[in-house]
Design a protein around this ligand. Structure first.
Ligand code: COA
Length: 383
């Protein structure tokens, strides 16, 4: 191919992908000063003007001429907004890489650019396009998810940036795959009502999480928790919430005091990808010791039920059935289930391990979306 004459222009209503020009050197250099850009890509750091010059005037044209990579400038709002490239590989499989300027992020630019390039790759005879990102690059992962990339795996040490190995996510899309999101990527809506605030966990909650989970009663009933439970465990828990959401597994809310925003507890709906029933969910919770005994959890669960039974199309979890388990003797937990209209359906014998190596019975509760009052968060009220 000749550069720039043979570089195809790809466009939709908002963006255009075109050959780079020398006028892009300056804005490309600017983009590469961005700390996010340096953190998530393999560009040289410090990034100098000569790097941008070399990339745009030598590397990119050589890629087109030799067929080793096809890089486009992304034009958005009349300006250079970033670069996306395809790197063909053997056997009709290749990789994609991309970056957009900070000012253009969050407007769907990269989602559009990726859709256009993936379609182009398949038109050129590719069978599969591979996306890779360092773990933790949620923006990139979401773009790939929105475009239908799937079967994500994590490869420990799979990536390398400036000589340092890093964990890497890899996902791909094949020619016959529908370019639409696979699975749910849940969000955590803020719910503020009746004296509680439900919101996303944040890093600053770690100390209160550790206090709550290292508490004697929490440790007694939730035997799966690390013991002792330390601030590092809390940090790991908070960090892993994002994976839970992105993987469609579950949603956890921090229950916070509406005045101080201090953490009072946690309520989760999980097992949302249950193999047998994708319309069920399990509710679990714990409260900080200083928040117990004043109805905080009952209220929080009430609003979580309402969200869980709200259809996915309008932002809910689209659940049909919720279950909840409480170990024999855990009266407070059973009370939360009962005041929220759950029906006790039975006892799972010797279901829950205790810390001393024994097994305790667990009481099972369930609530169906068809139960009176369940949908509007007032289950039980009308019974
Ligand atoms: C990743 C990047 C390309 C995204 O570009 P973009 O144009 O902002 O992407 P889009 O607007 O099309 O979509 C971004 C989506 O990710 C979401 N997102 C961004 N940051 C996120 C985060 N930290 N957690 C969860 N979602 C996030 C946005 O909300 C948006 O989703 P939505 O439209 O459903 O709300 C851009 O941030 C970037 O250039 N980063 C630096 C370079 C880089 O990481 N390149 C990829 C290397 S693999």
């Amino acid at each position: 191919m000749r550069f720039p004459e043979d570089v195809p222009t790809l466009a939709d209503e908002l963006i255009t992908l075109r050959a780079h020009t020398p006028a892009d050197i300056e804005p490309a250099y600017d983009v590469c000063q961005d700390p996010e850009m340096q953190r998530w890509t393999t560009i040289p750091v410090p990034y100098e003007r000569r790097h941008a010059e070399q990339y745009l005037t030598e590397q990119i044209p050589a890629g087109w001429r030799g067929g080793s990579s096809w890089a486009w400038a992304i034009e958005y709002d009349g300006r250079y907004a970033g670069t996306i490239d395809l790197r063909p590989g053997d056997g009709n499989v290749g990789e994609v890489g991309f970056a957009v300027a900070p000012w253009a992020r969050g407007h769907g630019v990269m989602t559009r650019a990726l859709k256009l390039t993936v379609r182009y790759a398949f038109e050129q005879g590719w069978d599969r396009v591979i996306w890779r990102a360092f773990t933790g690059n949620w923006g990139s992962r979401r773009v790939a998810w929105k475009c239908g990339f799937r079967n994500l795996v994590t490869i420990p040490g799979g990536g390398v940036a400036r000589g340092v190995r890093k964990d890497e996510w890899v996902a791909s899309i094949a020619r016959d795959d529908e370019p639409v999101p696979q699975g749910n990527w849940w969000r955590v809506p803020v719910i503020e009502a009746d004296g509680v605030r439900l919101r996303e966990f944040r890093a600053t909650d770690a100390k209160r999480v550790a206090e709550a989970c290292d508490d004697e009663r929490t440790q007694y009933w939730l035997t799966g928790l690390p013991s002792p439970y330390q601030v590092e465990d809390a940090e790991g828990f908070i960090e892993s919430r994002q994976e839970n959401l992105a993987g469609g597994e579950g949603v956890s809310w921090a229950i916070a005091d509406p005045d101080t925003d201090d953490l009072l507890g946690c309520v989760s709906v999980f097992d949302l990808r249950n193999r047998i029933d994708k319309t069920m969910g399990e509710i679990g919770y714990w409260a900080h010791p200083d928040a117990r005994g004043r109805g905080v959890m009952s209220t929080a669960v009430r609003y979580v039920i309402r969200h869980a039974f709200t259809p996915i199309e309008v932002g809910g979890l689209g659940r049909r059935r919720l279950v909840l388990f409480a170990a024999e003797g855990n009266t407070a937990s059973m009370r939360v289930a009962e005041v929220n209209g759950f029906t006790r359906f039975g006892i799972e014998r010797a279901a829950g391990p205790t810390r001393d190596g024994d097994f305790r019975d667990a009481y099972g509760f369930d609530l169906l979306v068809t139960d009176a009052g369940a949908r509007d968060g007032k289950p039980g009220a009308e019974r």
